[in-house]
Design a protein around this ligand. Structure first.
Ligand SMILES: [Zn+2]
Length: 263
């Protein structure tokens, strides 16, 4: 089960792993906390945008071979200009939800599915969106409640990310690389490096499915990503990274279900 904050987060962080596991015959379930109705798009924020983005999520899930999509239906907390929690967030914002209740709802789905694995985010929430921080807390607690054996924090290896973004900046000089300098995880914390180059086509299709996030104003992340030429794309997006807490430092696993060597 892959737990994400908003439609399109799966495309950037875990799409290759999802496509890989589905191709291996696993049942892959995608859960989002919100419909992302406060994301940047040409459609004004609100219910219509949320509905459009959920439709895009289903398209992305189909491209990746997901068996089921669940929306927990919390309000998108939005991101304040310059980062942090937006003051004008909705009353049902995910960041204000009762974490224990949200965790119980997610745990019920984990139990129903008999999930072997749950992905959440790193504690910093990647680039710090409040809903992503909440995914870490709620997801971690849900796995505890359900007894889910493997919990992986989907993250990005910051070092190649910065190298990749500096390359992308050649095609796209407005890209603000500095915004990523403290985001995600340093290389030494990463326990899983999953090679997903064989699933570049599915990952790209997943990104393309999120049309509201990939077209129009070209400052949107997905729009930038989709402009990258295919060979460079495979290089930049050929690996997905995870942190499994409690493993000895220096652990280097290649597959979500690979058993760590005994310490
Ligand atoms: Zn998000």
């Amino acid at each position: 089960m892959f737990f994400h904050a908003h439609p399109d987060d799966e495309a950037l962080l875990t799409a290759g792993t999802m496509a890989m596991l589905a191709a291996e015959g696993h049942r892959v379930v995608l859960v989002v906390a919100t419909s992302g109705e406060r994301g940047q798009a040409d459609i004004a924020p609100g219910e219509a945008l949320g509905e459009t983005r959920i439709a895009e999520l289903y398209k992305s899930a189909a491209a990746l071979g997901c068996a089921r999509v669940v929306n927990l239906g919390y309000g998108d907390s939005g991101l304040a200009p310059g980062g942090g929690v937006a003051e004008d967030r909705p009353a049902d914002a995910f960041i204000d939800a009762d974490g224990e209740e949200a965790a119980r709802r997610l745990a019920a789905i984990l139990t129903e599915e008999g999930a072997d694995l749950l992905t959440i985010y790193d504690p910093a929430g990647g680039y710090g969106h409040p809903d992503h921080v909440q995914v870490n807390r709620v997801g971690g607690r849900a796995a505890q409640l359900a007894g889910t054996p493997i919990v992986l924090e989907a993250t990005v290896n910051r070092d190649p990310l910065l190298r990749g973004l500096r390359l992308v900046r050649r095609f796209y000089p407005q890209l603000d690389v500095r915004a990523f300098e403290r985001a995600y995880s340093p290389a030494e914390e990463i326990t899983h490096r999953v090679n997903v180059r064989r699933f570049a086509r599915q990952k790209r299709a997943s990104m393309a499915a999120h049309a509201t996030q990939a077209t129009g104003a070209d400052t949107r992340t997905l729009g930038v990503m989709l402009k990258i030429p295919q060979p460079l794309y495979r290089l930049v997006f050929g690996t997905e990274w995870y942190v499994q807490r409690g493993l000895p430092s220096g652990t280097r696993l290649r597959h979500p279900f690979e058993v760590p060597p005994k310490a």
